[in-house]
Ligand binder design. Sequence first.
Ligand code: PMP
Length: 365
Amino acid sequence: MTSDPVSGRIADTIRAGIRAQQAYPVPHATGFIKLDAMESPYALPAAVRAEVAAAVAAAPLNRYPEGDLSALAQQVRQAFGVPEAAGLLFGNGSDELIHLVIQACCEPGDVVLSPWPSFVYFDIAARLSHARFVGVPLTADLRLDLPAMLAAIAEHRPKVVFLALPNNPTGGLWRASDVQAILDAAPGLVVLDEAYQPFAGSTWMPRAAELPNAVVLRTVSKIGLAGLRFGYLAGHPAWTTQIDKVRPPYNLGVLVQAALRAVLPHKALLDEQAARLRADRQPLANALAELPGVQVYDSAANFLLARFSGKKDANAVHLELKTRNILVKNFSSAHPLLNGCLRISVGAPDENAALLAALQDILSP
Ligand code: PMP
């Protein structure tokens, strides 16, 4: 229908690809056990929250954020082991930094490439920037297909390669030697996206300043601060200087900066919470794998990918969990390799227990 004055204008004005697309879905979650978005289930202790509140209260809301973020940068370097020699960029979540990398690198039609399935936003951000996204299928058992990656890199000569380490939504961590082979073959920039690194135990960060064609991307979203919206990117200063040119001015508000500066001295607490989730991951995987018709993939992240091929399919299980106020993420129709798959965040012990009890009930013969 293009008869009314607005829809006609929309059809003539908004890009066709945008009109055809849905906004990124964020489900209503109040009152749910929330195991769909890889957040930490653990809140900050009251004393730390009081410090955050005081810092936020003192933030000068009438002024734009300071241009010189070196004090915050120093704190971030120390808390997260970013080498002194690396350049550092901050983003409103690492989502924003994914955009900035693509905007800085890609002319319309240039290729952005990633193993696939992986983080859906690599594809979305590439298309929004008029780049062409190429997803290189994982193997049938959801491992990195290195020969296919090398062949695709040779064929498409991507400007940007994204590697999520560990991968979302599968949870696997690609071998360092495979990542190195991709670094050696890639003609442009490789983004080593370590969103789930706190649960994996290995990192490329110490080499961030030396890698000639890679940057390391991180977020605080998975370690208890998803609400803050803060991500950081580290790499050779020559790379970060270029990418910084496309960053919107003042992209990090004073409230985020104030809250972060108050929380970072308590980084050990966040590490403890991450360690708890890491310890709870394997027992949850084992319990899920004991359910009838459920296969669980190895995960180095704070979530598990499970394939349901028992008496109820993944869509039914997803829906029945929802009616019991438990949210998980349904990937069943997202990609053929994920047929029957649900992704489940590792929650607090009582949440994991509630999930298992519900699944036992749903899947019982
Ligand atoms: N990278 C990966 C691999 C992710 O899974 C996510 C979140 N789902 C992000 C980046 C973005 O995280 P944020 O914007 O919260 O920093």
